[in-house]
Design a binder for this molecule. Structure first.
Ligand SMILES: Cc1ncc(COP(=O)(O)O)c(C=O)c1O
Length: 453
């Protein structure tokens, strides 16, 4: 009756898995936001490290993890895989539920898996400072942590809504020596323009990305770093799924039936799911189902368009083919700040479009009800983002209770919610609004997609 499956430090993967080697159809090119020409390495060089640019377009199946990066990852990796026996009992389900717990990292989520790698490659290129955005604060604190370990500076533009909801995330970034400011901020042209338009805006990831990109482009010693969406981020997160596969073998459950995770920009889900999707595409797990979970207030995969769009609000980033709600869409101020993003990783989008990944969306009260059931059975108080995955797990397990099927479910518990307690407080007080799907706002925003041809 084992509860957790633990790998040795030496079992930390030595290579990342790159799903670009195995895609059913190739990724479409991305385009320069100004010239509208296909983007090349020279377009990205002003704000990204050279190795990161190489990884972004690489189709090598496996890419070595530098030993300096592995050394730091061993501070918390390999992360545990749990069997959620107490949740199973609560649900009276015949399903077997496993979860990979990424909340054991120092900042509390999966985000440092890529933050450490990105900080390392930038340090190698002689970069002294990194600018970034953060939604929930998990990414900003992860990059603050990672840059400090390589003795670099870090500036974080934190979405205003989260900045106000989560003062202690800001304090964590300060502990690791980073400078954190609410976005939109008066520090950039993009921020000043947004503040002029709407001084009371709660901000959005799309706005904060514009500010961080501008900061990096206008400081010679500074590069930009993104905590999700891009191919190299999904690559770095593959350690999650590669470890989980080994751990499921230890549990005698090599071939799960359902693989679940929440999706904001898509990286934690990609990290867990891509190594399993490799197996499915190779015919070794033909019946496995993949489900990405989103908020109903920002249902990018579930209700978005598969189209070309900017990754940010001001149109500074490359134009990528992805599911999008339109770069101008400002999602309602739900508490899962990390899921308030108009776009989705092009890799996750492509696999969704090809029918390999399904998606589903929920309102925040039902998501918090799932989170509370989880902490009262498994003990862990999860991040509101991760709680979306738990809601799907509970629904799939309940279905197994009805049908009697003994499915094996694995999900990514992407982070703890120790700095999200104000959202739990609002839930317990009955003060969490369930936002209707903002159909009109999204329709308006989808009218402004960039034209590339
Ligand atoms: C705990 C947690 N899970 C999930 C996400 C969503 O991001 P992604 O879809 O890139 O994993 C975030 C983003 O901030 C997060 O903090």
């Amino acid at each position: 009756m084992e509860t957790k499956y633990i790998l040795d430090e030496n079992d930390l993967p030595r290579q990342w898995y790159n799903i670009q080697a195995d895609l059913p159809v190739p990724l479409s090119p991305s385009y320069n936001p100004q010239t509208k020409e296909p983007i090349g390495p020279d377009d990205l060089a002003p704000i990204f490290a050279s190795e990161i640019i190489r990884q972004e377009v690489s189709t090598e199946r496996y890419i070595d993890i530098p030993s300096e990066v592995r050394d730091i990852l061993t501070l918390w990796r390999p992360s545990p895989l749990y069997r959620a026996r107490r949740l199973e009992k609560l649900l009276k389900t015949p399903a077997k539920i496993f979860y990979k717990y990424e909340g054991v990292s120092p900042p509390g989520s999966h985000k440092p898996n890529t933050a450490v790698a990105q900080a390392y490659y930038n340090m190698k290129d002689g970069i002294e400072r990194i600018a970034t955005e953060t939604g929930a604060g998990q990414w900003g604190s992860s990059l603050a942590f990672a840059t400090k370990l390589f003795d670099m500076e870090c500036k974080v533009y934190m979405v205003r809504g989260s900045y106000d909801q989560k003062p202690y995330r800001k304090m964590m970034m300060q502990c690791w020596g980073a400078d954190c400011i609410a976005s939109p901020s008066p520090d950039t042209n993009a921020g000043r323009a947004m503040l002029e338009k709407d001084p009371d805006t709660s901000g959005s990831l799309g706005m904060a990305i514009s500010e961080a990109v501008e900061d990096a482009a206008s400081h010679a010693n500074t590069n930009y770093s993104l905590g999700s969406v891009l191919n190299h981020v999904c690559l770095h997160q593959s350690v999650i799924g590669l470890e989980a596969m080994e751990q499921l073998k230890m549990a005698g459950e090599e071939t799960p039936d359902v693989v679940i995770g929440c999706a904001g920009g898509g990286s934690n889900y990609a990290g867990l799911a891509f190594p399993f999707i490799r197996e499915k595409m190779a015919g070794r797990m033909p019946d496995c189902r993949f489900i990405a979970t989103e908020p109903s207030a920002c249902p990018t995969l579930t209700k978005g368009l598969y189209a070309y769009d900017f990754g940010d609000m001001s149109g500074y980033t490359p134009i990528m083919q992805m599911y999008t709600l339109g770069h101008g869409f400002v999602p309602p101020a739900i508490h899962a700040g990390g899921l308030r993003y108009h776009g989705m990783a092009p890799l996750v989008s492509l696999l969704h479009h090809e029918g390999l990944i399904d998606s589903i969306s929920y309102h925040q009260n039902e998501v918090f009800a799932a989170a509370v059931a989880f902490c009262r059975s498994e003990g862990i108080i999860v991040a509101p983002e991760s709680a979306h995955a738990i809601k799907t797990v509970m629904d799939v397990a309940a279905e197994c209770t009805r049908t009697g099927e003994e499915k094996t479910i694995v999900f990514n518990c992407s982070g703890h919610g120790h700095f999200d307690l104000s959202s739990y407080e609002a839930y317990f007080a009955g003060a969490l609004p369930d936002y209707e799907y903002p159909a009109e706002l999204i329709a308006a925003s989808l009218k402004n997609l960039p034209k590339i041809h």
